[in-house]
Design a protein around this ligand. Structure first.
Ligand code: HEC
Length: 343
């Protein structure tokens, strides 16, 4: 049995096996329920300049991420809360079960493996959030889940680096009762939340988080699956296919042994299909003309990418560079459009 390090509780490691739940763990900590009922929510902090910069100044014991099969960037932030990447196969879910996880919170856009998790006795709660920040509704849902469902919690987005750690930070504040300074420091120094997601940092450092009376009064059915609609829904799929293709392009489009089921041609087709679906959305079709134009070029670049990968698959070696060039144009347009139309 491997251990996950609890960065700030290294002393507990020898006696607290990874699979042990909070109560079974020989520490003198209060049981979770008492902590949750009484923990006051730390006040927002005053920060001059970027919270990202501030987060580097808070002293934390250094800690490296744990990698467990297909689970990456795993940090056991406390006995209650583990942050990491998306569990996307049965082995990963079994691993979480083995660690004693009772509730999994996904803040990614894609549909979680809720039924498979339920079959193992774990509950899934799906609260997709965006990279630009966490809305007050989303904060309510996340806080309510931490306070009212059973831990320990595994909190994830896709890579477990940006949105997931921000949601875990909500739990660190409302469930574990830590200060906002420490919560943002963990996002940056442990999980690696990037500078470009300042909105996530601000949500944790500067904005209100609901107290327990507010989250108790808030109605939320702890939905195991929430399907984002419209442009956000298609972008979630586009960004997944894009992320896979970035990895695959670096491997000359050969399958990654770690993800043998992810195929470059298939991902390119998903990219194309989802760009086409975006263009079918009413508010996109009738939207600003430069945006429409960028969607058109994304579609034609994705078509070029699919065609080149088909040729490459058929043995045409030169098509590899064609595919790389087409994918480079696709990527360029993501950034161009986002600069104007995504906040
Ligand atoms: C022509 C415009 C356009 C292009 C091209 C485009 N996007 Fe987007 N994207 C948007 C808009 C608009 C949003 C914001 C939706 C919102 O927040 O309401 C968005 C949002 C996103 C999001 C956030 C989704 C979420 O969960 O909130 C991701 C991730 C994303 N895009 C990835 C990509 C990637 C990767 C590419 C290129 C492969 C790409 N986009 C190309 C317009 C575009």
């Amino acid at each position: 049995m491997k251990h996950i390090r609890t960065p700030h509780r290294a002393a507990a490691l020898g006696i607290c096996a990874l699979a042990a739940t909070v109560l079974a763990c020989s520490t003198n900590r209060q049981p979770v329920a008492d902590v949750a009922a009484t923990a006051p929510v730390a006040e927002p902090i005053a920060v001059d300049g970027a919270v990202y910069d501030f987060a580097a100044t808070v002293p934390l014991t250094p800690s490296e991420p744990e990698e467990h099969g297909s689970l990456h960037n795993v940090f056991r932030l406390s006995e209650n809360i583990v942050s990491g990447s998306e569990p996307h196969d049965a082995d990963a879910l079994r691993q979480l079960k083995e660690w004693g996880i009772r509730t999994i919170i996904s803040v990614d856009g894609s549909e979680p493996m809720a039924e498979e998790a339920a079959a193992l006795g774990m509950r899934y709660v799906h609260v997709p959030i965006q990279y630009k920040g966490i809305t007050s509704d989303e904060k309510m849902r996340i806080a309510k889940t931490f306070r009212e469902l059973e831990g320990p919690f595994y909190v994830h987005c896709f890579h477990g680096k940006h949105r997931g750690p921000a949601a875990a930070a909500v739990g660190r504040v409302v469930l574990d009762g830590i200060g906002r300074d420490r919560a943002v420091a963990e996002m940056r120094q442990y999980c690696g939340t990037a500078k470009s997601y300042e909105g996530l940092y601000q949500a944790i450092a500067l904005q209100d988080l609901p107290d327990s009376a507010a989250s108790a009064a808030y109605e939320f059915g702890f939905d195991p699956v929430s399907r984002p609609k419209g442009i956000v829904g298609t972008m979630v799929h586009i960004s997944r296919a894009h992320d896979h293709l970035v990895d695959l392009a670096a491997r000359d489009f050969a399958a990654d042994p770690l993800h043998p089921d992810v195929d470059a041609l298939n991902e390119a087709k998903k990219l194309l299909t989802n760009f086409r679906s975006s263009m079918m959305l009413e508010d996109i079709k009738t939207g600003p003309s430069d945006q429409v134009e960028w969607f058109h070029s994304s579609i034609s670049d994705s078509e070029r990418l699919v065609a080149a990968l088909e040729k490459f698959r058929a043995g045409n070696q030169a098509a590899k560079d064609e595919a790389k060039a087409a994918f480079a144009s696709v990527k360029k347009t993501c950034a161009t459009c986002h600069d104007s139309y995504r906040n």
